[in-house]
Ligand binder design. Structure first.
Ligand SMILES: C[S@@+](CC[C@H](N)C(=O)[O-])C[C@H]1O[C@@H](n2cnc3c(N)ncnc32)[C@H](O)[C@@H]1O
Length: 270
């Protein structure tokens, strides 16, 4: 992955960040869209991972109490420092996020925009557990990834990026449980929001840019109808294949509740 980013960090430009020739135009729409999805950051301690040249760092610094921006490419960290170093509440770190360490429960909000797809499955699993440890209970994790296939039009010789499906991220993030303090209290992530990035839908007809906002919550075994989380209950019982087939028998193909095609047609045409 370092080799990949060495090849794409020669100029430290917004085009390299987005690996797209239309980056300047795209970022104008994407930035406000993504920022509008974040929770209130007033006074909060923010960790921005894979910050690149700081496309988001400047805005996060104006919203939050403190921002630590991390990236492993020296030229990107330098450009971020040049552009945003005048903020007194910024720390810039050149580090590989998989080797990063932070005190437990010390962060209110973790932000990453296109980072997890540059980690292998094994790295991602242990990294997600680390992030859970760094966040305080009730803290939030925002991440946005290219799912299924690449989004940018830049030529890539070697491309080791891992384009996971939306379902893979859902499963990985909501199924893990971590005993952060090693005292028996388990924590997990609940999905607060999951959305397609509309800028990419509208400007590139690309439905595969997905972002998630997760909250770190305590888990008590078996509290959600015998499941550890509401998501697990939905995936394994409420909307298991068997249950969906049963719903469709009652409500019609493609429907899991009352309505059916005639009602849908009426709603969308009025
Ligand atoms: C597509 S860029 C996105 C940068 C920025 N978040 C943005 O949206 O403009 C991905 C960034 O992740 C960084 N990155 C990838 N793997 C990393 C790792 N293991 N540790 C730290 N940074 C990493 C790259 O150097 C690059 O700056």
């Amino acid at each position: 992955m370092r080799e990949f980013w060495k090849e794409h960090s020669k100029d430290a430009t917004v085009e390299e960040m987005m690996l797209d020739s239309r980056a300047k135009e795209l970022t104008q729409h994407e930035l406000p869209e993504i920022l509008s999805l974040l929770p209130c950051l007033t006074g909060s301690r923010v960790l921005e991972l894979g910050a690149g040249i700081g496309r988001y760092t400047g805005s996060l610094l104006t919203l939050a109490g403190h921002v630590t921006a991390v990236d492993f490419m020296e030229s990107f960290v330098e450009r971020n420092r040049q552009d945003n170093g005048h903020h007194s509440n910024a720390t810039f770190l050149q580090a590989d996020v998989t080797k990063l360490d932070m005190p437990k429960n010390s962060i209110d909000f973790i932000f990453s925009n296109w980072l997890l797809m540059y980690l292998t499955d094994e790295e991602l699993k242990s990294f997600a557990e680390k992030m859970m440890g760094w966040l305080r209970p009730g803290g939030f994790l925002f991440f946005r990834e290219s799912c299924n296939h690449r989004s940018g039009d830049f030529k890539r010789g070697l491309n080791p990026t891992c384009y996971r499906t939306e379902a893979q991220y859902n499963h990985l993030m909501t199924s893990m449980e971590v005993d952060v303090q090693e005292g028996g209290q388990m924590f997990g992530f609940d999905i607060v929001l999951k959305k397609k990035v509309q800028t990419y839908v509208q400007m590139k007809n690309n439905q595969n840019q997905i972002c998630w906002l997760l909250e770190k919550v305590p888990r008590s075994p078996g509290t959600q109808n015998g499941f550890n989380s509401f998501q697990q209950f939905l995936d394994n019982q409420q909307y298991s294949n068997r249950s969906i087939l049963r719903y469709e028998k009652m409500f019609g193909a493609g429907y899991v509740s009352t309505g059916g095609p005639s009602t849908t047609k009426e709603f969308v045409t009025c």
